[in-house]
Design a binder for this molecule. Sequence first.
Ligand SMILES: Nc1ncnc2c1ncn2[C@@H]1O[C@H](COP(=O)(O)OP(=O)(O)OP(=O)(O)O)[C@@H](O)[C@H]1O
Length: 357
Amino acid sequence: MSLDIRFRQDFPDFTLDVDLSLPGQGVSALFGPSGCGKSTLLRCIAGLNPTPGGRCVVNGAVWQDGAHSLPTHRRPLGYVFQEPTLFAHLSVQANLDYGRRRAGDAGQRVARERAIDLLGIGHLLQRRTDGLSGGERQRIAIARALLTGPQLLLMDEPMAALDLARKNELMPYLERVTRELDIPVVYVSHAPDEVARLAHHIVAMETGRVVAAGPLAEVLARVHLPIRLGEDAGVVLDGVVVERDVQWHLARIAFPGGCLWVRDGGQDKGTPVRIRILARDVSLALSPTADTSLLNSLPVVVDQIADESHPALALCRLRVGNSSSLVARLTRRSAAALRLAQGQTVWAQIKAVALIG
Ligand SMILES: Nc1ncnc2c1ncn2[C@@H]1O[C@H](COP(=O)(O)OP(=O)(O)OP(=O)(O)O)[C@@H](O)[C@H]1O
């Protein structure tokens, strides 16, 4: 199961040149600065940009290869844009019916009631779409895209046009859609927090090319990543709630190689969760210090040390157990004072852990 994508497109001042194999399930995030070619790549996958010689195979279905290229309307895909394109004069219900009619041969893979329930729009069905909030309109656009029977969902910064409050409102719906439906998603974003929450796989792009690609946790832990994440440098870890401390409102999350305490998010024991730890929130010590307010301190092994963009700073990748990593940002002076070296065991002291889903 995979998405095999190879495109080259030349514009006067820009060339997209991409050859990728993405997993055929879950969320693959296309991430990179403005103008790096994320939307162009999405348009190529959709067949909206002519790319002679390109290749696009979606879980075995050949959409494009050599001279063969299905037109956009014959590609079973749902496309969600920054600005939802709804029929303003029609009700929500009529907009959804339009999506359903487009399902055609692709088949109705998502039942109408399921889409309405997942996006929480049952109470809006009789409303005209021009009276709805930006977040509500985007939920209708996503439901409509699901009803077309897509075998692939393309989302081009679906939250970019929303303010923070609306983004926070829409995020849980995006999480439900991307986790509960078995439809692969290619999700364009330049927001690291969105990628950290939603993605399973990441493709980092720069000037029309892929500079890093792979499973999210693995790519984020690369300290030599060609794209600089600055304040957003850090890792995500997928774990499970193993204990809840009701008195102090804390939960203990186990992940491969260790456990961490986080603020209790209300999840039951056994619930899978994702946590994010920023490099700036991890400091290092040569021994486990007892007299500290920090809840989380883990034995780790120094794996790699890389220079940060500012000459005072370094990024250090740390191995936790056999299969997890943390990244710490520290001054190069501290790294020298601690005589940090590859293979050394140290203690990672973690100032903040965010439970992000
Ligand atoms: N039809 C076109 N004609 C000429 N240049 C184009 C065309 N479409 C895209 N480009 C150029 O391709 C480059 C990549 O644009 P694209 O919109 O794919 O970037 P992006 O990473 O999605 O950016 P953003 O995050 O700002 O949306 C830009 O330099 C853009 O000007």
